[in-house]
Design a protein around this ligand. Structure first.
Ligand SMILES: Nc1nc2c(ncn2[C@@H]2O[C@H](COP(=O)(O)OP(=O)(O)OP(=O)(O)O)[C@@H](O)[C@H]2O)c(=O)[nH]1
Length: 282
């Protein structure tokens, strides 16, 4: 499967990010807990050097708990602050505030030594498309938070959301472009739904998902779709089509419909909590 990304968008996103990063103390980076490495662009490490860093394992409700724990440790070992969250229902969000303070303790101390008291921490949310940036901002900020108006000088044109007396959040999230160099990364991004389905071959995608599930979550497909034990991925897709009454005119199995069904079930968590990649133990 081949994926393309548009260089024009990339350049613009990067320029915006470089400008906004100058204004902030802390980068809150969202990754998808099901594919924490494939859903991040490591260029942010260079762009964000000298800034406090917090990684949110978002959509942690859709990933396995074992996977979430392994990834939390993986990023913590690399020096990041990490919180597992579900931005949609708010799980884990209440921990973010205290971790933000912790992540910025050096800046707070530096300010204090210079006699600057109570200058709020300024943060920006970044992440690839569809990772949940807007959902997180809304949940984190809550309804009670008023947007502050434009400020003169450096922050001209920027909107800040005042979360409390200690933290302000830039209201426009930074878009990171996913890295497509590796086709496997592209495949995982497609599976979680961060590449438009129109440009994908859904049958091929579903076959890859079946292959992965059969290797790592043995028996799951058979149980969820009441199909015989999988020996061949293409047969499995056909079996799902039959079991779920996905039919074309003339009673032929509708493989595209079955493929869409499996992919949607995966994305919506109906197949259970599934992590698609684990930290490399080597
Ligand atoms: N299950 C689950 N769904 C989530 C979570 N966070 C966000 N979503 C869903 O993911 C989808 C994308 O969320 P958005 O907040 O629009 O993502 P975004 O990063 O702002 O997307 P762009 O505007 O494309 O950059 C929405 O359908 C959200 O409801 C989460 O923690 N768990």
């Amino acid at each position: 499967m081949h994926f393309q990304w548009y260089p024009g968008h990339m350049t613009k996103a990067k320029r915006m990010m470089q400008e906004n990063i100058k204004l902030i103390d802390l980068i809150i980076e969202l990754v998808d807990a099901r594919i924490p490495l494939s859903s991040r662009n490591p260029d942010i490490d260079d762009l964000g050097k000298n800034k406090a860093r917090l990684i949110l394992l978002n959509k942690s409700d859709l990933a396995s708990e074992k996977g979430n724990e392994e990834w939390k440790k993986y990023f913590e070992d690399k020096g990041f602050y990490v919180v597992k969250v579900n931005s949609k229902n708010g799980n884990g969000i209440k921990n973010v505030n205290s971790v933000v303070q912790d992540a910025c303790k050096e800046k707070i101390e530096r300010d204090r030594k210079r006699g600057i008291l109570n200058r709020p921490i300024r943060a920006m949310v970044v992440g690839i498309p569809n990772v949940g940036k807007s959902t997180f901002i809304n949940t984190f900020a809550g309804k009670a938070c008023a947007k502050t108006g434009n400020k003169p000088g450096v922050t001209k044109g920027k909107q800040w959301i005042k979360l409390n007396k200690n933290v302000e959040l830039l209201d426009t999230p930074g878009i990171l472009w996913p890295k497509f160099e590796d086709q496997l990364v592209g495949l995982k991004l497609a599976l979680i739904g961060s590449i438009k389905d129109e440009i994908l071959n859904v049958e091929e995608l579903a076959l890859e998902l079946i292959k992965f599930l059969n290797n790592h979550y043995k028996g799951l497909m058979e149980e969820k779709y009441t199909i015989p034990e999988i020996e061949n991925n293409a047969f499995a897709l056909q079996n799902v089509a039959e079991s779920k009454q996905c039919k074309l005119k003339g009673n032929e199995p509708d493989l595209v419909k079955a493929a869409n069904l499996i992919i949607d079930d995966f994305r919506n968590g109906k197949l259970g909590r599934i992590t698609l990649e684990f930290p490399d133990k080597s």
